[in-house]
Design a protein around this ligand. Structure first.
Ligand code: FES
Length: 176
């Protein structure tokens, strides 16, 4: 004959309480160790990917050619290395500018990137204007906005002549 106490004993857990607690503790410990290991692996990865966002771009003078290569009154496209090329940048490390020799010793240089969304602008000598092919932005010859969506004039680079060579000062280009 069975009594009420027998039924109660059948509903009791088969494992003793200390064993269950130990299992829970080990589960939580393994989850915590997994989180720590994930963080240890992820932090350097994020740092590697996002560090260029925080890195300050230096300003660097780049040689772009001999003084006699540039004719007074002409606006020409010159290419040079970015001021702080990333190791994996490849050909994108090269940038360009529109350079105009205004007089014997005076130059003016504009970034090729439109101040709207960065498309390369073209110099149209007959119209005396810079034109952006992307959204119809137009700039006067001095870089001021003439029409279209660009919010700012073309970025200017400093130019200097040293030992018969023309140098351009590269740096970060502000884009909207
Ligand atoms: S990128 Fe030049 S007008 Fe939009």
């Amino acid at each position: 004959m069975t009594n009420k106490n027998d039924k109660t004993e059948q509903l009791q857990p088969t494992e003793p309480a200390p064993r269950i607690q130990r299992r829970r503790f080990l589960e939580r410990l393994s989850v915590a160790l997994g989180v720590v290991a994930g963080a240890v692996l992820a932090v350097p990865g994020f740092g590697f990917i996002f560090s260029p966002l925080w890195r300050k771009t230096p300003r660097v003078w780049r040689y772009i050619g001999r003084l006699e290569e540039f004719k007074v009154g002409q606006t020409v496209n010159v290419a040079f290395l970015d001021s702080s090329p990333l190791p994996w940048a490849g050909v994108t490390a090269r940038t360009a500018a529109w350079l105009r020799r205004e007089s014997e010793d005076k130059f003016i240089a504009f970034a090729v990137n439109c101040s709207h969304l960065g498309c390369p602008v073209r110099w149209l000598p007959k119209a005396n204007l810079f034109m952006c092919p992307c959204h119809g932005g137009v700039y006067y010859s001095d870089g001021r906005v003439a029409a279209g969506p660009p919010p700012r004039p073309l970025t200017r680079f400093s130019v200097r002549v040293r030992n018969g060579g023309v140098e351009i000062e590269t740096g970060p280009i502000p884009i909207t």
